[in-house]
Design a protein around this ligand. Structure first.
Ligand SMILES: Cc1cc2nc3c(=O)[nH]c(=O)nc-3n(C[C@H](O)[C@H](O)[C@H](O)COP(=O)(O)O)c2cc1C
Length: 183
């Protein structure tokens, strides 16, 4: 490939959205710096603007900064113990009476994570929904029925970033029908 084509190809793949998505990794260690109110507001904005089935918007979003609350959530959510050391943890709740609440809330969760990434704030998706601690976290945060915890998103300025390996694009994609080698 000549250098002009190579440059053009590179320029085509450079845009804010894909740059943010490609640079994101789950962050589980945070610096002790608070996340600003401006960023929190933006995260809520990006959350509420996520796509949802039939535009049902079956969600509510929380931001927890109180240290005692963070500790309590971390104790309950055993696979998110690092929540205790995060300056903030967002929580996404879905209305279980809406058929697609899970998909909708996952879309909102990813929007929030990418928004944080754009502000230089690392985060990690911590599971809700299928976990045994869902009811305990929901009542701790005094969230009423019919809302169910879908995800927790501890966030902060990264203190450490890991980079787990990803599958190669050619191994997970296809054109027209699976197995077609023409790409
Ligand atoms: C639905 C979902 C649930 C997850 N739950 C947890 C979790 O409970 N605890 C955790 O440390 N990471 C959790 N993760 C983060 C994944 O471990 C992480 O995305 C994966 O290892 C890939 O790493 P990366 O995010 O850096 O690309 C979850 C991610 C998703 C999408």
């Amino acid at each position: 490939m000549c250098w002009v084509n190579a440059l053009l190809q590179q320029m085509c793949t450079m845009n804010l959205g894909s740059t943010l998505i490609k640079s994101r990794r789950s962050v589980r260690k945070y610096q002790n710096t608070p996340v600003s109110d401006v960023v929190i507001k933006e995260v809520f904005e990006c959350a509420r603007l996520a796509p949802s089935a039939r535009n049902s918007q079956p969600w509510i979003f929380g931001a927890i900064r109180d240290k005692e609350m963070l500790n309590a959530i971390a104790k309950l959510a055993d696979n998110g113990v690092f929540i205790a050391d995060a300056p903030i943890c967002f929580a996404v709740f879905g209305d279980v009476n809406q058929t697609y609440y899970l998909e909708d809330c996952c879309a909102a969760t990813e929007n929030m994570i990418i928004c944080l990434q754009g502000h230089g704030i690392g985060s990690c998706w911590v599971a809700g929904d299928k976990k045994g601690y869902v009811d305990a976290v929901t009542s701790l945060l005094k969230v009423p029925e019919p809302y169910k915890l879908v995800s927790l998103i501890p966030a902060g300025v990264p203190a450490e970033i890991s980079s787990p390996p990803k599958k190669a694009v050619e191994d997970v994609t296809f054109f027209e029908v699976w197995g077609d080698s023409k790409k």
